[in-house]
Write a protein that binds this ligand. Structure first.
Ligand code: SF4
Length: 492
């Protein structure tokens, strides 16, 4: 049973992060979050709270599919989890297996048909798929499938995996293994049938996926904060190349890839995307960000009167910088949490006057002060310039910018929405030139070594600390050459 709902057009831009499409993109966007439940009588409610905890990973659509063992009950809608799932609707989502999804998408792609989980009928029953990430060779596989007669319902490349499974003469698990061996990219997949749940992570572990338990029920989530929210016990992260199968006999730990690959969890999860209360690979995000700030202070100290972090993602790093230097941490900026989505779009004139929808400087804090401003990354540079100018307008006498990641120079092929590399300011300008462009008194980026050490500490047995740093160093963990058909961005 499906219940689909759309709301009216929403304006999601704001003064300091204008535009929801690639044209206006000046902040990297996490692409999706997934949440799965196996064998809990209240699977839908757990999914609701789990997805709510993952809301920061995608605010544009939300969906959930629940199996009662015989049929699927599902719902997808545009909007936040709390907007999409009403109390009445939740009562229709009965069953004990569930997969759920929150999605961010580019503006041209913002359609309900692409909201997940995607649900299909195939020869053995029902199939639902939810993913976080991107399949780099999806266009090539999709073209082959279409030439072979497949008809796609959506523009989402997640559908590719469903077609590969449905067309295979093998049973579900073997068909899924073949499908995962065909696709190249960074992904975390949840696949559900009427009585099974399959859980997979790409061979490099690019996208995070973790497993927990609540009583006898198994839970899967993009971040541990979702497990914590529902009182579940964290069991472990899903290993790269792993395929977990959950059925009437319980959990089966299997693999679809037996080769030894470089482990490469997305470093941006630590720098910016994940919630500070989440852990990945055993490292807590808040603690890792504090270490980045502390290391930043060692690498590029500047004397100042106060340290402030661009909320929310850079507050932890700013505390670390302040602790390391002894310069006081202050709340130099305030984020308005209630304006992310509004029906009322300011006129161009009001925008030019500087309507501060999202971020305001605290004048009484920064006035007459030399400020160290910590931020996580610079994409196009427009947001940084606005924030620096906002601090100056509020009376800061100096603004020194410290970025807790290396210069972001290359697009992401593994599920993060990034502009074309020509629009990435660090791929075009030197650090000195960027400093002038954003109107800062000084600018420094964290070194790659500093980043790896901050995240992994001494546990650096893996190549590059087991991290993907490709958007900084152009060293992509997978092949990318698919005859010009390779796809970057997100498949979700
Ligand atoms: S290229 Fe950058 S954003 Fe993409 S997965 Fe690698 S580290 Fe993350």
């Amino acid at each position: 049973m499906s219940h689909e709902l759309t709301t009216g057009p929403l304006w999601t831009g704001d003064y300091y992060n204008e535009g929801s499409g690639k044209e206006g993109l000046d902040k990297l966007k996490e692409e999706c979050g997934v949440f799965g439940v196996f064998k809990h009588p209240d699977a839908a409610s757990l999914s609701y709270y789990g997805l709510h905890a993952l809301q920061h990973r995608g605010e544009e659509s939300a969906g959930m599919c629940v199996s009662d063992g015989n049929e699927f009950h599902y719902h997808r809608g545009m909007g936040l989890v709390k907007e999409v799932f009403t109390k009445d609707l939740m009562q229709t989502l009965t069953g004990d297996i569930s997969i759920g999804h929150v999605r961010y998408s580019t503006s041209g792609d913002s359609k309900l048909t692409n909201a997940q989980p995607l649900v299909f009928k195939y020869r053995d029953g029902d199939l639902a798929v939810a993913t976080n990430g991107n399949i780099v060779n999806a266009p090539t596989i999709r073209r082959e499938l279409e030439q072979g007669g497949s008809i796609f319902q959506t523009t989402s490349d997640t559908e590719v995996i469903a077609h590969l499974i449905a067309r295979s003469p093998k049973g579900l698990v073997e068909a899924a293994k073949d499908a995962f061996q065909r696709i190249v990219g960074g992904y975390a997949f949840l696949i559900m049938t009427n009585d099974k749940l399959l859980v997979a992570s790409d061979p490099h572990g690019l996208r995070p996926l973790t497993m927990g338990k609540l009583g006898d029920a198994y839970l899967f989530a993009s971040e541990t904060c979702a497990l914590e929210t529902i009182g579940a016990e964290l069991i472990r992260d899903i290993e790269p190349g792993e395929l977990l199968v959950l059925d009437a006999d319980g959990l089966h730990e299997d693999r679809f890839d037996h080769h030894k690959h470089r482990k490469a969890l997305c470093a941006m999860e630590y720098i910016y995307f994940a919630r500070p209360d989440s852990d990945m690979n055993g490292a807590n995000q808040h603690a890792a960000r504090k270490r980045m700030g502390s290391r930043m202070a060692i690498e590029s100290f500047v004397d100042a009167d106060l340290v402030t972090g661009v909320p929310d993602s850079s507050i932890s790093a700013a505390i670390g910088y302040a602790e390391q230097t002894g310069i006081p941490y202050e709340l130099g900026m305030i984020k308005n949490k209630y304006t992310g989505r509004t029906f009322i779009q300011p006129s161009q004139e009001l925008r030019e006057q500087g309507v501060k929808m999202k971020l305001s400087a605290v004048r009484r804090v920064v006035e007459g002060k030399r400020v160290v401003m910590i931020d996580d990354s610079i994409v196009r540079g427009t947001t940084s310039r606005r924030i620096v100018n906002m601090l100056r307008d509020a009376g800061a006498t100096e603004v020194h910018v410290r970025i807790t990641s290396p210069p972001f120079k290359n697009p992401c092929f593994y599920g993060i929405d990034t502009p074309d590399s020509r629009e990435l300011i660090a791929s075009q300008l030197s650090v000195e030139e960027i400093c002038r462009e954003i109107n800062a008194d000084s600018l420094s980026f964290l070194s790659p070594d500093g980043l790896i050490t901050s995240i992994q500490g001494d546990n650096q047995d893996d190549y590059k600390g087991g991290l993907c740093l490709a958007c900084f160093d152009n060293d992509y963990p997978t092949r990318l050459d698919f005859g010009g058909e390779e796809k970057f961005g997100c498949s979700c």
